[in-house]
Design a protein around this ligand. Structure first.
Ligand code: ADP
Ligand code: 5GP
Length: 198
């Protein structure tokens, strides 16, 4: 059986990564979403083990010491990390894996696994990003400002990604993401079994 591929989704906080991931998963249940660990407190409606593994700082440090993370980074005062085991298990079972992670984490995964596909998700404008982040209502204004600032600083790195997708409407972004994922599976390196049969 062919192995799954890893798709890294990056982009400023509030751009809609979680929203497009939820839509992708609803459309294709074979996709596997990598549930990250974080020290951030849960937002209303977030479920432990579904949206994140919510850990204390001490637990997070223990996971680092036990080498549980494929990557980990700090983001606006909290720690976030991708548990390696679930990602590897899903890929071994042939499932494509989605990582919703920030940019330092994406760089770490890229160094370790250059075959992972990196997709930058951008807002239609900075004003619209602010509207979305404020509208989500999950952070106070100081945190909103830190997140917006961080998003703008990191935008320079967008050019280094494999793909650039604008989340203007969710439908449009999801359709481009599905096209990217489809095309990535048409690379000859992904189809050596077919090629070898000729
Ligand atoms: P992220 O995971 O990137 O931080 P979210 O998925 O939480 O972002 O989205 C932030 C806010 O923007 C949410 O309130 C969400 O409903 C809204 N949103 C997401 N995508 C769009 C879109 N294409 N158009 C308008 N609002 C959107
Ligand atoms: P939030 O607090 O809004 O859920 O996430 C804040 C940022 O952390 C987002 O940019 C999100 O992509 C990123 N993030 C979530 N999980 C991980 C992870 O496992 N590793 C890294 N490096 N970033 C993550």
């Amino acid at each position: 059986m062919r192995k799954g591929k890893t798709f890294i989704l990056c982009g400023p906080s509030g751009v809609g990564k979680g929203t497009v991931v939820a839509r992708l998963l609803a459309q294709d249940p074979t996709l596997y979403f990598s549930v990250s660990a974080t020290t951030r407190p849960p937002r209303p409606g977030e479920v432990d083990g579904v949206h994140y593994h919510f850990l204390t700082r001490e637990q997070f440090e223990e996971w680092i010491a036990a080498d549980e993370f494929l990557e980990h980074a700090q983001f606006v005062g909290n720690c976030y990390g991708t548990p390696r085991k679930y990602v590897d298990d899903a890929m071994e079972r042939g499932r494509d894996v989605l990582l919703d992670i920030e940019i330092q984490g994406a760089e770490q995964v890229h160094r370790k696994r250059p075959e992972a596909v990196r997709i930058y998700i951008a807002p239609p404008s900075w004003a619209e990003l602010e509207r979305r982040l404020v509208g989500r209502g999950t952070e106070d204004m100081e945190k909103v400002r830190s997140r917006l600032e961080r998003g703008r600083q990191e935008f320079a790195a967008a050019k280094d990604f494999d793909y650039f997708v604008i989340n203007d409407t969710v439908e449009h972004a999801v359709s481009e993401l599905r096209a990217i994922m489809r095309a990535e599976h048409c690379r000859p390196a992904e189809r050596l079994d077919m090629i070898d049969r000729y």
